[in-house]
Design a protein around this ligand. Structure first.
Ligand SMILES: Cc1cc2nc3c(=O)[nH]c(=O)nc-3n(C[C@H](O)[C@H](O)[C@H](O)COP(=O)(O)OP(=O)(O)OC[C@H]3O[C@@H](n4cnc5c(N)ncnc54)[C@H](O)[C@@H]3O)c2cc1C
Length: 489
């Protein structure tokens, strides 16, 4: 089992007068940041703390990363640098292979200590292990901290001491555990007297990184994240979460996911806000809203926990019988799904929302994932990759977890779920409001036509909207047969 160290404030040594580097990755904030707080505590008044972000060409050029996500990240970095400068230091930028970059900067500024917050993704764990070793070899002491979850993935286990594979018992244990308090943002930092002759670059533009972005982004950065969190938890959003969260036409969820992905808000700060809201509730319904939202935060940690303990999830199905499932993988049908041109209005509306905004409502993520895997019988990994390309919140643990759940290939104890697009639309978009928002060409059709997808062919033709590319009933029978065959063999 891979090891993950706990926050090590207890063994604090004072590095008076020394220079500490804080390597930011998916923690683009100064508030509630364990690595930054610990660096400041350790260097004391005489020491210096510098931030660092490395643009890694292997990530930027992986063929999955899109301009929208990079643009959002650049906005977060701009604010982070402004904050470092306001406090008296700086956030430095490098472009290159991370370990080489770290070593060259550590030598150039004569740093003796590096601090960073841990990740759970297999690629990041390997990189961090190698970076730690390389830095130690040149005399730099490295410390890392639990950050992206409230409970570290190796700090929670079943009674038998095993990692969890089922959410409900995970939640029961997870919710009973004490949660850490948020860490206040620093008030002051000390940086270098001069930044000349360092192997660093100014914050690059999107163009310099060779990306373009043609979608309108939500506000990025730490102040936007905190404003969103406060609006959701101090207003009625969190209280109405239970009743509103499943209706994609309503603004019923927090939309914090891109911020949680890039760490512009700390999870301890998020939890503190939810607890504060809990203390003010006046009805059982309000309390239920908060609890269900907390359960979603626990889903996020459940998927981090399973990815950390079962890194092979990142590359294939968890259930062995699904590893050789005979997917159809028809490229034309996949293209139609990506473009929102399947002839199933609720599916197409959701895919247009994704393509045009970089975000999709959770209910719709489940609908389109079920449609891709159970109606088009296309390998969930193609959908997983497309989501990673388009979602601003695209996160390996949550995305892989969501896709494996939808594809019946994961740890779900009741794996065979098939969503009927028309029933889903009737239940969660009863007026067709969401459908029409994203498919304006369907204006003028009856609500029944929008929800069922039974649109007369001449109406489709007039609107240049496709007829259904598959028959849901036939395809779900086909999927069930293939699934039974796989289970038996
Ligand atoms: C196929 C599929 C793919 C998904 N891919 C991603 C992804 O790449 N990144 C991502 O953050 N979420 C993913 N989700 C989970 C979920 O859809 C989003 O987290 C949610 O829609 C984000 O909106 P919100 O911030 O308004 O969430 P809220 O409803 O306000 O929830 C608060 C936070 O809890 C977390 N959360 C909520 N639901 C889930 C969930 N089911 N699983 C894990 N975490 C959850 C998110 O961090 C979210 O921001 C996926 C779900 C499915 C079914």
């Amino acid at each position: 089992m891979p090891q993950i160290a706990s926050n090590s404030g207890k063994n604090r040594e004072i590095l008076s007068g020394q220079i500490a580097l804080v390597w930011h990755r998916r923690d683009l904030r100064i508030d509630d940041n364990p690595a930054l707080s610990e660096a400041i505590a350790q260097v004391g008044d005489q020491g210096k703390v510098l931030g660092l972000f490395i643009f890694d060409p292997d990530i930027l050029d992986d063929g999955v990363t899109e301009g929208s996500k990079v643009d959002f990240m650049l906005g977060c970095l701009r604010e982070l640098q402004t904050n470092y400068r306001r406090l008296g230091s700086d956030l430095l930028f490098m472009y290159g292979e991370p370990i080489t970059s770290l070593c060259s900067l550590a030598k150039a500024i004569n740093t003796s200590h590096l601090f960073f917050n841990q990740d759970v993704e297999p690629f990041a764990i390997k990189r961090d292990r190698e970076a730690t070793q390389a830095l130690q070899e040149i005399g730099v002491k490295v410390q890392s901290f639990v950050d992206i979850g409230l409970i570290a993935p190796d700090a929670i286990a079943t009674q038998a001491g095993e990692p969890y594979k089922v959410y409900t018992p995970f939640w029961r244990n997870w919710q009973s555990k004490p949660k850490p308090q948020p860490l206040d943002a620093p008030q002051k930092l000390t940086g270098l007297a001069s930044y000349e002759n360092l192997p660093v670059i100014p914050l690059p533009s999107l163009r310099e990184l060779k990306f373009i972005n043609d979608i309108t982004l939500p506000e990025s950065g730490e102040s936007a994240a905190l404003a969103l969190l406060e609006a959701f938890c101090d207003g009625n959003g969190i209280l109405r979460y239970q009743t509103e969260r499943d209706f994609p036409a309503h603004a019923g969820t927090s939309t914090l996911s891109p911020h949680l992905r890039f760490g512009t808000v700390g999870i301890r700060r998020v939890w503190e806000k939810a607890i504060a809201a809990q203390q003010l509730v006046r009805s059982d319904e309000d309390l239920a809203g908060i609890t269900i939202w907390q359960q979603e935060l626990a889903w996020r940690e459940f998927y981090q926990h399973v990815l950390f303990h079962f890194p092979a999830l990142a590359t294939g199905a968890y259930r062995p019988q699904m590893q050789s499932f005979p997917w159809d993988d028809d490229p034309e049908k996949f293209e139609a799904w990506c473009a929102g041109l399947t002839g199933y209005p609720i599916v197409d509306a959701a895919m247009r929302q994704l393509n045009q905004t970089g975000w999709m409502h959770n209910r719709c993520r489940m609908i389109v994932a079920s449609f891709l895997t159970k109606d088009l019988i296309i390998n969930w990994q193609l959908g997983e990759r497309y989501f990673m390309q388009k979602l601003l919140d695209g996160d390996l643990a949550a995305n892989n977890g969501g896709w494996q759940w939808s594809a019946s290939s994961g740890m779900d104890p009741k794996p065979l779920r098939i969503f009927n697009p028309a029933s889903q639309a009737r239940k969660y978009d009863p007026e067709g409001e969401y459908i029409l928002r994203w498919l304006p060409e369907l204006q003028g059709l009856t609500t029944a036509e929008l929800l069922s997808g039974n649109i007369p062919p001449h109406q489709c033709q007039r609107r240049n909207y496709p007829l259904p590319i598959v028959d849901h009933n036939i395809q779900q029978q086909k999927f069930k047969r293939l699934y039974q065959d796989c289970k038996i063999n």
